[in-house]
Structures are given as structure tokens and as C-alpha cells.
Write a protein that binds this ligand. Structure first.
Ligand SMILES: [Zn+2]
Length: 608
């Protein structure tokens, strides 16, 4: 069971958070990157989240983003949350002036009804500036098995920190506390997936953890014992920060960027997403999964939203195209904003909205404006946030409707992350493509009252407590194994390309219980559906992953499960309209009007 250590702040509710964009990099970080560019180092030619650090208008753009006029415009668009820089790892003294400026911005945002989340860097720092003010930081340098300092990225100026060093942990805790004391509404721990140090302090901590004075961190690297050790120490850091922040203000949210899910073993670097999410209030989904179709493959973040649900958190989509570009067409931008809404009302977040408007978009050189003033971006934001504010109240207390549970195999992730992840993404792809609603659950949360069918990966190595929970469930309800041979290759993204064999497996699952598939959808394969229980009714979101408009969609609902003849329907731009269904045998058939990106069906069962 995932027991939450803190109650999620009241302001972080489904369908209630409208992010304004990412302003988390301080000006001196851009300047440093510009300097290293001119020296021809690792950042040469690289934009940082769409910002060219060497552009002559950098400061002008930086100030524009923090101006009262821009804050006014954000508030007018419906933005109620903004992500700001605070501690980047240069040092508390070095960053003091900019922290002071951020504190003033926090107050200015609050006056406009905009909540603020402040950036904290917990896993690396900038050697030159931090050592100048804290010489003891020399002891905080993370080292590999050979004793060499580990660096973040390819440069030599940004060492990774030892997450086992109590003084570094205390330093991070103090910066987070200072961030909360500005009156901000949240802190975000970035790059939390960098627990890899093998220094003497780490080695000693590992020996204590292993209960073996001769245990060797390097020799045991990537074993399940070291993975548990990494996870344990990362949790220690996150818990210390969370306790400190919540002591200042229980309504201050703790968020993280765990770089999950990606096609790499983040568990070995200290991330057990179930445990991490249980002490935090929201997490970034930072990957290359800008929601889209590539060839016949649907790319999105379905699995991550379901993990957020399983842990009582919200997910913040902070995904990029593989080359960090932005699509030219308006549909993908709308889909990006609406995917979190469609999957249950997570945080609607455009990380790219405050990028400087480059010459391609503006036809001019210079920083005259930010991206959200570029028509396709501004219009997407305005339309999506208008819809979000309008349907948000319906979502606030909604919960995903699903009678199928997919058991999260924690132990398997510790033993063999890649295989476990490939399997879980495959299950998600099949169930999502087949419109079979499901929820992820930790094994011991598998409750026969809440679910009729449990899906368990056949190949999984399961903890004995999980096996016991599955056995108890099987005594009352059905347990369905996901065959090893249906596991796809490991994608960095939940990507739905479903084989005929997988469809045949899903057809058997559908027959396991009437509640497995409460509705059928006759729609193209790039349409995804997600149902919620909401007050006395059901809410069904439909999202189109292609840029091709969806014309005829037929929705057939099982009369016994959702006994209603009328539904209310709305699209992104339209108003609510009523649609009356036709009864066919044991189902009610609704013909939905044309829609482009997103559609919502509301079944008010109190009128049934
Ligand atoms: Zn260390």
C-alpha cells in the first residue's frame, strides 16, 4: 500500500492547476553556458529549453518574463501557477540577489492569483562558485569507483554531489527551507535521478546499510542490494526536504523531476517512483513523449499519469520532441495541454510558453516577445485554459473509473528495471489501445471490493507480500496473466503499437468480467479514452493523437453499468450539447459529432 506521508496541498487538485511556463534557469546559468559555448565546449550550439544562451537579447527576454505586464497577461490567460528559479547549485551567497528577486516575484504573482513553484537543484553544483563560499564542498564531490569526480553532462564545471554526505543534504535542506520561507507554494527538486557516488562516505554508508563491514559499493554495482541502498538514501534526502518545507507551510507542495519514465534504469540511480511519489505532491514527466503519432505508433504519457494516480500525486507533463523543437501546427500544442486533462485532470503545463519568440516565428531578430504571444501558441493556451477552467470543477473530486487493476511489480523493478519497464509499458499500450480502463496498484492495495480483475505480468519477480495479496484477490475475483511473449521492446515512451496476438489476449480479458470494458468505441486507433467517476456520474475523455480530424465516433455503453439514455458532449471550442442514445440489445449507442483534438462526454447518472 502506498501510504502518503503528507496530505496533498488543497491547491493541487485535479483540473485546478494551470501552469504558465518554465522560468527556472537563473541568468548566471545562461551566461555560464554562453561562455562555455564560446570556448567550444559541450553546450556549443545547444539551446536550453528553446533559449539561446548567447543571444544578445538574453537579458531583455529574461526581464520581460519577470515584468508586471507579462504576469498580468499570464493571469488573464487563466494561468495560476508559475515555475521560477531559486537555487541552481552556484551557492547560497552567489545566488542571494537573484533569490531575493524571486521572492519579490513570488509576492507579485500571489497578488495576481498565481501560485509559484521554486527550483531547487539537489544533485549537482557549480564547483568554482560554490567552493569559493563553502570550501567544505570539496568533500561533497561525487566520485566513481576509480575515485574520479563525476560530472553532470559533458562539461567539467558541474560536479555531481554525494547524496550520502550529511553536509550536502543539510545544504539542500536549507535552500529548500529558504524557498518555502519566501511564501512560495511549492519547491521542485530537479534531477533527482543522480545517486551514483562511490566515495568513502558513500562506501561507509553502504556498509552500514548492508550490515557487512567488507561490503563493496563498486563491486556490488547495479545489484539489487545497491539499488535498494540508492533508493533508500534518495528517499532520505527527499524526506528531509519535505519535512522542512511542510514545517514552514503544510500547503507548500514538494515536487520532483525523477526523469521517469525513460529508457534507462533510474531505479539503480535512486528512483523507486512509487516510494518517491508517496512523499511528494507532484512529479514531472520529463521525456521525449510530446504527445503525437510517429508512423503507426502512438506516443504519449498514459502510463505516467496512471502512476501518479496510483500514488496520490499529480503529474506535470514537461516532455519534449526528440530534437527539442516545437511542432508548427496548432493541433499538437493543444493535444499537449489537453493530454493531462484527458487523463484525469493533471497539471496543464506548457513548458515552452515563455520561450523567446525566435526569428522563424516572429520574422524578426530579437527578443521582442515570448512564445505565447505567437498566435498558434497563444491561441492554444487561451482555448485550452478556458476549457480547463470550465470543466475543472467537475474533475476536482473525480477518480479514475476502472474495475481492472494492473499490479505494479516493485521487486521486479529493483531486480531488472528494463524488463519490468518494457512489460508495464506493453500492458499500458494494449489496455489503452483496446479502451480497457485500468488503474495501477501496489500489490498490497489490490482490493477485491474495488476491482473485478487483476492483471499480473507473468514474467514478474514479485515480493512475497505482493504474491500473498494476489492470492487473496484470486480467492474472490479473477487474476489474468500478461504473457511474457507479448512484452514489447523497451521504449522511452508508452507507445501503443499493438500486435494481433495482444489484441487476442485483450479480447479474452474483456470476457473475464462484464465490467472490464464498460463501453466500446468505434473510432480510429489514434483515439484514446479515459473514464472517471465524478459525483453522481461518469466523465469520459477522448483524445486524438493524430492531426487528422475525427469524424464519426460511435460510443456504445453497457446499459447495465452506465444506465443512461442521454449524455452531455463538448469539444475544445464548443458548448455542452445533449445527445440521445439508441438502445441496442444490452447497450446504448451514441453517435458523437465531429471533433478534432479533445472531446468530453458527461453521463449524469443521478437523472437515470
Ligand atoms: Zn559519496
Amino acid at each position: 500500500m502506498v501510504t502518503r506521508q503528507f496530505q496533498r496541498p488543497d491547491w493541487l487538485k485535479r483540473g485546478q492547476v494551470f501552469w504558465g511556463g518554465h522560468l527556472h534557469e537563473p541568468i548566471y546559468f545562461y551566461r555560464l553556458l554562453a561562455d562555455t559555448q564560446t570556448r567550444g565546449e559541450w553546450t556549443r550550439g545547444r539551446k536550453l529549453a528553446g533559449v539561446d544562451p548567447s543571444a544578445p537579447w538574453l537579458v531583455q527576454w529574461y526581464d520581460l518574463c519577470r515584468s508586471p505586464a507579462l504576469l498580468d497577461q499570464l493571469a488573464e490567460l487563466g494561468v495560476n501557477c508559475l515555475y521560477l528559479n531559486f537555487f541552481k547549485g552556484f551557492g547560497m551567497e552567489y545566488e542571494a540577489a537573484e533569490m531575493h528577486r524571486t521572492a519579490s516575484l513570488v509576492a507579485q504573482c500571489a497578488q495576481r492569483g498565481i501560485r509559484t513553484v521554486l527550483y531547487i537543484q539537489p544533485s549537482n553544483f557549480f564547483e568554482q562558485t560554490l567552493l569559493a563560499e563553502a570550501p567544505q564542498a570539496r568533500d561533497w564531490l561525487a566520485r566513481d569507483a576509480a575515485g574520479n569526480v563525476i560530472h553532470y553532462g559533458a562539461g567539467d564545471f558541474r560536479p555531481v554531489a554525494c547524496l550520502h554526505h550529511p553536509k550536502w543534504l543539510e545544504y539542500v535542506r536549507q535552500t529548500a527551507q529558504a524557498a518555502a520561507e519566501t511564501g512560495a507554494d511549492g519547491v521542485l527538486l530537479d534531477n533527482i535521478n543522480h545517486n551514483q557516488c562511490c566515495c568513502d562516505v558513500s562506501q561507509q554508508a553502504y556498509r552500514t546499510f548492508a550490515g557487512d563491514p567488507s561490503a563493496d559499493l563498486a563491486a556490488d554495482a547495479a545489484s539489487s542490494l545497491t539499488t535498494r541502498f540508492r533508493v533508500e538514501t534518495t528517499m532520505h534526502l527527499v524526506e528531509a526536504v519535505a519535512n522542512s518545507v511542510k514545517a514552514v507551510n503544510p500547503q507548500c507542495a514538494v515536487m520532483t523531476n525523477p526523469a521517469w519514465p525513460r529508457a534507462q534504469n533510474v531505479q539503480a540511480a535512486g528512483i523507486d517512483i512509487m516510494r518517491l511519489a508517496s512523499v511528494t505532491d507532484a512529479f514531472f514527466i520529463e521525456n521525449k513523449c510530446f504527445p503525437r503519432m510517429e508512423g503507426a505508433t502512438l506516443i504519449g504519457s498514459s502510463y505516467a499519469y496512471r502512476m501518479a494516480d496510483a500514488t496520490g500525486t499529480l503529474a506535470v507533463l514537461s516532455a519534449w520532441m526528440p530534437d527539442m523543437s516545437l511542432p508548427e501546427q496548432p493541433y499538437p500544442l493543444r493535444r499537449y495541454l489537453l493530454e493531462p486533462l484527458a487523463f484525469g485532470g493533471h497539471v496543464m503545463c506548457p513548458p515552452w510558453a515563455l520561450r523567446p519568440l525566435d526569428e522563424r516565428a516572429s520574422g524578426r531578430h530579437g527578443p521582442q516577445d515570448v512564445y505565447l504571444r505567437h498566435a498558434p501558441v497563444g491561441e492554444a493556451l487561451a482555448a485550452c485554459y478556458r476549457l480547463g477552467h470550465s470543466v475543472g470543477p467537475l474533475l476536482t473530486d473525480a477518480t479514475p473509473w476502472a474495475r481492472v487493476a494492473v499490479v505494479h511489480p516493485t521487486e521486479w523493478f529493483t531486480q531488472d528495471f528494463d524488463t519490468a519497464m518494457a512489460c508495464m509499458l506493453s500492458i499500458d499500450a494494449v489496455l489503452t489501445a483496446e479502451h480497457i480502463p485500468y488503474r495501477l496498484v501496489a500489490g498490497d492495495a489490490l482490493d477485491a471490493d474495488r476491482f473485478d480483475v487483476a492483471v499480473v505480468p507473468r514474467a514478474a519477480e514479485l515480493a512475497s507480500s505482493t504474491r500473498n495479496a494476489i492470492d487473496r484477490f484470486a480467492a474472490a475475483k479473477a487474476v489474468f496473466a500478461f504473457p511474457r511473449e507479448l512484452q514489447g521492446p523497451l521504449h522511452g515512451a508508452p507507445a501503443a503499437t499493438v500486435s494481433a496476438d495482444a489484441r487476442a489476449w485483450a479480447a479474452k480479458l474483456r470476457n473475464a468480467h462484464p465490467s472490464v470494458a464498460p463501453y466500446r468505441l468505434a473510432a480510429p486507433p489514434w483515439v484514446v479514452s479515459f473514464p472517471l467517476t465524478c459525483r453522481e456520474g461518469r466523465l469520459l475523455s477522448l483524445l486524438n493523437y493524430s492531426d487528422v480530424p475525427t469524424t464519426v465516433t460511435i460510443l456504445s455503453v453497457q446499459q447495465a453499468l452506465w444506465p443512461i439514455k442521454k449524455l452531455s458532449f463538448r469539444t475544445l471550442e464548443g458548448e455542452w450539447q445533449e445527445i440521445t442514445g439508441q438502445t441496442h440489445a444490452d447497450s446504448i449507442r451514441f453517435e458523437l459529432p465531429d471533433w478534432l483534438v479533445y472531446a468530453l462526454c458527461w453521463f449524469d447518472l443521478s437523472t437515470a
